[in-house]
Unconditional design. Structure first.
Length: 129
């Protein structure tokens, strides 16, 4: 596909994230999650805006927070779709940068989230004890 350079910004095209940004994305996935609104409409609007922005760090925040919310409460079908869309976006970007497979990047994301959630859960249980 050929796109005139002067039109690329108008079409929402941007360069792929840098390797340094990949590290920041992974740090974001490991960081402390933020509580999402209990009201599903408010939550979905907020998360949809973050993922729709196409910014890797913001998308990583949404993926992290939805993953945390999933462990605490029920995800609606729309929540699950947003989580999947955000994770696929991150995995595709990471695979492009590393010249690897999307499935490998997806596994890495899931692994990081699993370890981070276990760590936050452990800290949370220590604080309440």
């Amino acid at each position: 596909v050929y796109v005139p350079v002067r039109k690329s910004t108008d079409l929402g095209m941007r360069p792929a994230m840098s390797r340094a940004k990949v590290a920041r994305v992974l740090d974001t996935l490991r960081s402390k999650p933020h509580r999402l609104p209990k009201d599903y409409r408010v939550r979905q609007e907020s998360v949809s805006e973050k993922i729709g922005a196409g910014r890797p760090i913001v998308t990583a925040e949404a993926v992290r927070d939805l993953t945390w919310h999933k462990a605490r409460a029920h995800l609606t079908k729309k929540d699950s779709e947003l989580l999947q869309r955000g994770q696929e976006f991150l995995a595709a970007e990471m695979a492009l940068i590393s010249d690897g497979e999307v499935s490998e990047a997806n596994e890495r994301i899931e692994s990081i989230l699993t370890v981070a959630m276990a760590s936050w859960e452990q800290q949370r249980s220590v604080q309440t004890a």
